[in-house]
Design a binder for this molecule. Structure first.
Ligand SMILES: CC(C)(COP(=O)(O)OP(=O)(O)OC[C@H]1O[C@@H](n2cnc3c(N)ncnc32)[C@H](O)[C@@H]1OP(=O)(O)O)[C@@H](O)C(=O)NCCC(=O)NCCS
Length: 149
């Protein structure tokens, strides 16, 4: 399991199954999901966070293939406001999202710096591939569903 990471304003806590409830309430917003890899289901299932944590993320962390953290403000460590993760492999080694209320304050920049340092200095990744999401070319909406949740 990865350690707790700390930045000026944030605590990055290793993902736990107990975080699933908060993430389920926060994450399924098209404003967030539209920029993510299409592997994230949309519409987001009611047990989406729990099943992803239990069946994918936590086993991958236990194998040493992935490292995920929830983001919390030091001022309110009980509240999850986003997440960031590293994935071993040839593509897409890093992913992150932040709740809309907390965006545009430089918080993810802080988290990314801490996680990049962990990636290179502790895990010893030789390279980190991080495709850039774009406002001008967001993920296509499922033809079955409207753009908004
Ligand atoms: C991308 C995201 C994590 C940025 O978080 P944030 O805390 O608002 O980012 P910061 O305030 O640290 O800003 C970092 C830089 O990214 C830019 N930025 C932030 N959101 C952006 C967006 N949606 N599109 C383009 N640029 C963006 C900021 O302008 C800033 O650039 P600057 O330093 O040149 O001003 C947040 O917008 C988010 O969760 N978006 C939805 C999910 C997503 O896109 N995840 C990334 C896919 S891997």
């Amino acid at each position: 399991m990865p350690p707790v990471l700390e930045t000026e304003r944030l605590l990055l806590r290793p993902l736990e199954l107990a975080d699933a409830d908060q993430v389920q309430r926060l994450f399924p917003q098209w404003e967030i999901v539209q920029y993510l890899n299409a592997v994230v289901p949309w519409p987001y299932p009611e047990d989406g966070a729990l099943s992803y944590f239990r069946d994918r993320a936590l086993p991958a962390m236990a194998r040493g293939d992935e490292w995920h953290w929830t983001l919390r403000r030091k001022q309110n460590p009980a509240q999850v406001i986003g997440a960031i993760g590293l994935i071993r492999g040839e593509h897409d080694n890093r992913g992150f999202w932040l709740a809309p209320d907390w965006q545009r304050r430089g918080l993810m920049t802080e988290a990314v710096i801490a996680v990049n340092d962990y990636c290179f200095d502790v895990l010893g990744f030789p390279v980190l591939r991080a495709p850039k999401p774009s406002r001008t070319k967001p993920r296509a909406v499922s033809p079955r569903k409207p753009a908004c949740a």
